[in-house]
Design a protein around this ligand. Structure first.
Ligand SMILES: Nc1ncnc2c1ncn2[C@@H]1O[C@H](COP(=O)(O)OP(=O)(O)OP(=O)(O)O)[C@@H](O)[C@H]1O
Ligand SMILES: [Mg+2]
Length: 268
């Protein structure tokens, strides 16, 4: 929830998509959940907090040299009006990222209270951000200072996870880290859910992993996971969310269901 000097806003929900393991579907889930939220009548902002800039590209944004990025937002006090870009979808805006964010992280290391720079930037821009219903943050694949900034600025975290043994190993570690951050840095952080991704019902490992996840984490596991879908893999190269690339695909259905579940889980 955003708090600013002039007003206390409790309506904007901030959700990080995080998993220290690479390639679990953080970016895919962030982009397509945001698009699904927009399809269901919400206004959404994505903050791309990954120097890879995958989210920025996935919604059709080609950065120009003069565009400001999330680095200026976090470190140099740039105003949201000056750096927010429109995506190809009405009601979906983006604070973009590029490789300079890796250097920003390096600069952050020597700063005091460096876990809270993103949170402070969001709070400072509370008025301009109040028109959004959701802010979704795409975190990088590490438990780095950038990820900690994402989690400290969030009300909730969604954890996309693959249905295999190594992903489950990493999941317990991530849940412990989130618990640590909640205890020490951001008491209002909640795990909104674990989102199984690339579900392939033909594979025994998928069924076994889903069963283990549910045994270990119970109701935290989303009912509506995301099935493996080749159209989802193609859509970023067209700069489109799945709804505008392959509207009748299973992934479009899955993400609409996941977004509805997210809306039910978020306390309005
Ligand atoms: N359900 C799915 N079906 C098919 N392909 C998928 C699915 N989910 C993700 N992918 C593909 O898997 C790859 C990794 O996904 P994505 O980039 O979203 O993961 P990530 O966790 O953000 O990666 P990183 O850790 O590098 O940030 C991408 O090529 C993406 O298109
Ligand atoms: Mg990513």
């Amino acid at each position: 929830m955003i708090q600013c000097r002039w007003c206390i806003l409790t309506t904007v929900k901030i959700i990080s998509f995080s998993n220290q393991k690479g390639g679990t579907g953080k970016t895919t889930a962030c982009v397509n959940t945001a698009a699904a939220l927009v399809k269901t009548g919400e206004r959404a902002l994505i903050i791309d907090l990954d120097p890879q800039g995958n989210t920025t590209v996935s919604v059709g944004i080609k950065l120009k040299p003069e565009d400001l990025t999330v680095s200026e937002f976090i470190l140099r006090g740039a105003r949201i009006e000056d750096l927010m870009l429109d995506s190809y979808m009405a009601d979906l805006s983006v604070i973009p990222s590029d490789t300079t964010l890796a250097h920003t992280e390096f600069e952050l290391v020597s700063e005091n209270k460096n876990q809270f720079f993103l949170k402070k930037a969001i709070e400072k821009n509370g008025d301009a951000l109040a028109s959004f219903d959701y802010i979704l943050i795409d975190c990088p694949p590490s438990l780095s200072l950038l990820t900690v900034n994402g989690l400290c600025a969030s009300d909730y975290v969604v954890v996309p996870v693959l249905c295999d043994y190594l992903s489950l190993e990493g999941l317990s570690h991530l849940m412990e880290t989130v618990e640590e951050i909640k205890k020490k840095l951001n008491p209002s952080l909640e795990v909104l859910g674990i989102l199984p991704n690339m579900i392939d019902r033909r594979l025994r490992i998928t069924e076994e992993s889903l069963a283990l996840m549910k045994k270990e984490f119970g109701g935290l596991v989303f009912k509506n996971g995301i099935n493996v879908c080749s159209r989802l893999r193609e859509s970023p190269s067209f700069g489109k969310a799945i709804f505008d690339y392959a509207a009748s695909s299973t992934a479009a259905e899955d993400f609409l269901a996941a977004a509805r579940e997210i809306k039910r889980r978020v306390i309005k």
